[in-house]
Each structure stands twice: as structure tokens, then as C-alpha cells.
Design a binder for this molecule. Structure first.
Ligand code: AMP
Length: 222
């Protein structure tokens, strides 16, 4: 694998953002989170932000054509030339097909996480309003209550991390995103990482992902 064009796939709360934000430092390629891009548009109250807020707040997917355009624009930036880590995209088969017209993908890491862990994680998740760093009241607590360790920003609970919205997001994941597992398996790009203990430190999973990447990068002997 000459390039590092990676997709991190998994249900909401699987740890995609947490692992991708660590992988970006270790691998030196940008972490591209379409969820962060959506939240940024909403925060800046752009015209687009106003249109997509209603989807995001209720846990629905933003329409494909909007998110594909946002992503395509981001991937055209020069920092993506050596690769990227996609977090939260693609979320539908049609997004995966559109991605094929924009960039090649070398590897898809599927985070395989049981529902109980997801619900517990999302109900305890806090995000930094300033830098987007992710915390968890059970497993990744900030040093000072409500304050980001990295930038001192205030921490908040995402609008879509309320219990009724979590249920909807899981449902959307099962119906629209989970079929991508078979889609990418069929293309020979999928590697799964099982995470079934909520107390496993993020770095353990990150190391496992790096091991898989290195394995895939080794030239095959056959
Ligand atoms: P995330 O932070 O990845 O959980 O994304 C938060 C919200 O942003 C989702 O619930 C969707 O409303 C929207 N979103 C993020 N990525 C996508 C995508 N690839 N397709 C459609 N909607 C998305």
C-alpha cells in the first residue's frame, strides 16, 4: 500500500473520532470527519449550516449530494495528497460509489463494537466546544470538570447524544451504513477490529489499527 487512504467504519460511538484523531498524529495524514464538518457549518450558521442542522439534531443523515460535495471539496486540498483518514464517510452505499469517483481507498477499518458499549459511551461523551477533542465521563475523563485538557475550552454534550436520538442514530447506522461492511469486504478492503471492553484504553486499539496498516503495507511475497 503506497498511500494511506483509509476509511474508519463503525457505528456511532464506536470510537472512530477518538482513534482517528490519534492516528492522524502517528501517521501524518489528515483526519477528515464529516461530522466535525457538519458541526462547524452549523456553529458558523452558514446557509448550508442552517439547512443541515435539522438532520443532524434528530440523528438523520444529511442528504448525500450535500455531504459528498463537502467531502469532495475537502479532499481536493493539497494536504490530502499523501493520504487521509476518513471518519464518518461514507455512510451509505451511494456515498461509497461517489467516493470511488473522487479518490481511491486502500484500506477500510471496521470497528466492531457491541450495542451496550455504544449506548454507554455516547451517554457519557463530552466534546470540547473549541477544539473538538472527545472525552468520556467513564473512560476518558478530563483533568478538570467541564474543561478541555488540550486547549482549556468548555466541554459540552452533543445535541445528538441524547438517549432518544442515540436510538435513532443506531437505527440509521443499521439500515444505511452497516451494508458497507459487506460492500468493502467484497472489494477485499475490509479489516475488522473488535472492541468489546469499554475500559480498553484507546491507544491499545490504535496500536492494533497501526499493526493492520503495516501488515497491509508490507509487499506480499507471492
Ligand atoms: P458524526 O459526528 O460522524 O456522528 O456525525 C454527526 C451527524 O452529521 C450525523 O448524525 C449526520 O447528521 C451528519 N453526517 C456526518 N457524516 C455524514 C455522512 N457521511 N452522511 C450524511 N450525514 C452525515
Amino acid at each position: 500500500m503506497a498511500n494511506l487512504r483509509i476509511v474508519i467504519l463503525g457505528p456511532p460511538g464506536a470510537g472512530k473520532g477518538t482513534y482517528a484523531s490519534r492516528l492522524t498524529v502517528k501517521l501524518g495524514v489528515p483526519h477528515i470527519s464529516t461530522g466535525d464538518m457538519v458541526r462547524e457549518e452549523i456553529k458558523r450558521q452558514t446557509d448550508l449550516g442552517k439547512r443541515i442542522k435539522e438532520y443532524s439534531d434528530k440523528g438523520a443523515l444529511v442528504p448525500d449530494e450535500i455531504i459528498i460535495e463537502l467531502l469532495a471539496e475537502r479532499l481536493r486540498k493539497p494536504d490530502c495528497s499523501g493520504g487521509f483518514i476518513l471518519d464518518g464517510f461514507p455512510r451509505t452505499i451511494s456515498q461509497a460509489r461517489a467516493l470511488e469517483g473522487i479518490a481511491e481507498i486502500d484500506l477500510v477499518i471496521n470497528l466492531d463494537v457491541p450495542d451496550e458499549i455504544i449506548v454507554t459511551r455516547l451517554s457519557n461523551r463530552l466534546i470540547c466546544r473549541r477544539c473538538g477533542a472527545i472525552y468520556n465521563l467513564l473512560t476518558l475523563k478530563p483533568k478538570r470538570d467541564g474543561i478541555c485538557d488540550k486547549c482549556g475550552g468548555t466541554l459540552y454534550r452533543r445535541e445528538d447524544d441524547r438517549p432518544e436520538v442515540i436510538r435513532e442514530r443506531l437505527d440509521v447506522y443499521r439500515r444505511q451504513t452497516a451494508p458497507l461492511i459487506e460492500y468493502y469486504r467484497g472489494k477485499g478492503l475490509l479489516r475488522s477490529v473488535r472492541c468489546d471492553d469499554i475500559m480498553t484504553p484507546p491507544d491499545v486499539i490504535v496500536e492494533e489499527i497501526i499493526r493492520i496498516i503495516n501488515e497491509e503495507r508490507r509487499p506480499s511475497s507471492s
